[in-house]
Design a protein around this ligand. Structure first.
Ligand code: 13P
Length: 342
């Protein structure tokens, strides 16, 4: 297949050293859950206000290479009428878009789901490209439960769908950010999470190669390898970093353009500490950075509280969180000295 070097330029911009990605791509329903943390109703104006606060914050371009949006936000505007993707592009931040449409039950496989959204995806990619998007995320959900889950059948189905979306993205000149999220909720051990994540990523990359997806023009968005949040034995950042890197070395081909992490429901501080521990292990075959949603947005929401007079302070908190994560990608985050991340 002919290589599309434009994709590599986008990957290089997104994986620029010291920068990471803000995942502000909640569906309208999930955005409502965020707003409810500060007792704001899930109304379009509140969603728009919060996105404008995030996207227009001064100085974030030093630490953010990309921002992932949702269908309703990539088509939205600032109060003065500037399209959100244009606000980002003007700052040198690459606009991205979440393109899966959420999960549905995988029939016959209790407790397992597949993501939907392949219908009309070619047309949607054209539209998103015209709106300025240059990368696109698709999230698949892999659940660990007792001895049985996940099944290879569910992993394989999700990986085939991820491969199809990745093909269509690359054909549209858009970098796929392929996200098989191994869910953190549960009482599974670190060892179990490592086994499941390794298996998932091995099937994923086999499938991507079978369908001739160009791995150099693709970014993996991964969960960190974590013991479940209800597991009695929790791990140190060093244990998490070692388990996560072992997993990647067992399953991620070296030509993959980059790896970014979701935060997955960990606290902001924990997410940053774990990222820092990964960087401390030294250079890896792939550039590695963050692509957090909750771990970036929650401290900002708390500072904002929906009040216009709090916007400058909330934007300062955003800048701080981005800077701490930037430092963490270099192994330079001083957790003890940071009073803001909790
Ligand atoms: P969290 O960082 O909140 O896990 O979200 C990242 C993401 O993009 C999940 O799809």
């Amino acid at each position: 297949m002919k290589k599309n070097t434009k994709l590599y330029e986008i990957v290089a911009a997104l994986m620029a050293p010291g920068k990471g990605i803000l995942a502000a791509d909640e569906s309208d329903a999930t955005a409502g859950k965020r707003l409810s943390m500060v007792h704001l109703p899930n109304e379009p104006e509140n969603r728009q206000d919060f996105r404008e606060l995030l996207f227009a914050a001064p100085g974030t371009e030093e630490y953010l290479s990309g921002v992932i949006m949702y269908d309703s936000s990539i088509k939205n505007f600032t109060d003065d009428g500037t399209p959100f993707p244009d606000v980002l592009t003007a700052k040198g931040i690459v606009p991205g878009i979440k393109v899966d449409l959420g999960t549905v039950d995988l029939h016959g496989f209790k407790g397992e789901v597949v993501s939907q959204g392949l219908d009309n995806l070619e047309e949607r990619f054209k539209e998103y490209y015209d709106l300025g998007a240059r990368f696109a995320k698709w999230r698949a959900v892999i659940t660990i439960d007792d001895e049985e889950l996940p099944t290879d059948a569910a992993i394989t189905m999700n990986c085939i769908i991820l491969a199809r979306y990745a093909q269509l993205a690359q054909a549209a000149g858009i970098v796929p950010m392929v996200e098989p999220e191994v869910i953190y909720a549960g009482d599974h051990t670190l060892q179990k999470a490592e086994m499941v994540t390794t298996r998932t990523l091995q099937i994923l990359f086999q499938t991507l190669m079978t369908y001739k997806v160009d791995l150099e023009g693709l970014i993996l968005k991964s969960s960190m390898v974590l013991a479940g949040d209800m597991c009695s034995e929790q791990s140190t950042p060093e244990q998490i970093a070692n388990a996560t890197m072992r997993t990647f070395h067992m399953s991620v081909p070296h030509e993959v353009g980059g790896i970014v992490f979701l935060s997955g429901g960990q606290t902001p501080k924990r997410s940053t500490e774990n990222l820092n521990a990964m960087a401390k292990l030294g250079a890896q075959p792939w550039p590695i950075t963050f692509s957090f949603s909750r771990a970036i947005e929650e401290p900002v929401l708390m500072a904002w509280q929906g009040k216009p007079e709090n916007i400058p302070e909330a934007q300062k908190v955003l800048l701080h969180v981005c800077k701490m994560n930037s430092l963490a990608t270099q192994g330079k985050y001083d957790s003890a000295a940071d009073a803001i991340l909790k």
